[in-house]
Design a protein around this ligand. Structure first.
Ligand SMILES: [Zn+2]
Length: 252
């Protein structure tokens, strides 16, 4: 076999291996992995899908994730140059076939070493509500958590996972000053007051789903998955005295 043909075969083999592995894990965009949204995601309400562009995504990949034509995507968003996508830009997705895709996108990073779980200590809430509240409290970048798991209030469904802009931009959180966790820790907030109430089954399912994805992807050990109150130096009961640690840990 001529050397050139051998080389071509080798390239084809590598490409097909890459293709197969990307199918196994979800949508892979230059190192960013998007997991199918088993849980409804806020940015893709049924019938009116929109997508926030994550670091490393291309218009082509986004079109594949939603099974829409690149040309339709460009037209719907007034894009003339598909290479000019901005991180954090919101795209309208016309006629999305899978409005729940692409779900939770995980960018490659060595930054995240902890997962810190919070409760909102409020009866109701949502990412946009907390965003407004945190802006009022002087957090210049708004909501301090990376993810919010809703409890069926403020128009969200019970167990809905909301991905915030802190995550999209892979920024430090503003959720736990103690132990440097704002820098190293992914902040997840469950809406509710678990000093008093119980975590709903839908919220727990979503929490387990999300923590599994994050800890596997970033290689975070079980002892680095903590409640806010477990961080040394943190003076709080967060995520509440009734948070079911035994149940949660047994399901991870
Ligand atoms: Zn907290």
């Amino acid at each position: 076999m001529p050397k050139r043909t051998q080389f071509l075969y080798a390239v084809l083999l590598i490409l097909s291996v890459l293709f197969l592995t990307s199918c196994a894990t979800g949508t892979r965009n230059r190192g960013t992995v998007c997991y199918p949204g088993d849980m409804p995601i806020i940015y893709q309400p049924a019938g009116a899908a929109s997508h926030i562009v994550l670091h490393g995504e291309t218009l082509y990949r986004i079109s594949k994730a939603y099974n829409v034509d690149v040309k339709d995507l460009m037209k719907a968003n007034g894009i003339s140059d598909p290479t000019q996508l901005a991180v954090g830009q919101t795209l309208k997705i016309p006629q999305a076939v899978s409005p729940r895709m692409p779900g939770i996108c995980l960018a490659p990073s060595t930054k995240w070493r902890y997962i810190i779980i919070h409760h909102s200590a409020t009866d109701i809430g949502s990412a946009s509500g907390f965003n407004k509240a945190h802006l009022r409290r002087g957090f210049s970048r708004g909501i301090g958590y990376h993810f919010v798991i809703d409890n069926g209030t403020e128009g969200r469904s019970d167990g809905q996972i909301e991905v915030t802009r802190r995550w999209t931009f892979q920024r430090d959180g503003a959720h736990c000053k103690a132990g440097g966790m704002n820098h190293d820790g992914i902040g997840i907030c469950l809406v509710g007051n678990f000093d008093r109430d119980h975590v709903s089954e839908a919220q727990m399912k979503s929490l387990v789903y999300l923590v599994k994805l994050l800890s596997e992807h970033y290689n975070i050990s079980p002892e680095h998955i903590m409640g806010h109150s477990m961080v040394s130096g943190a003076r709080t009961h967060c995520p509440g005295r009734k948070f079911p640690w035994g149940d949660f840990r047994s399901r991870l």
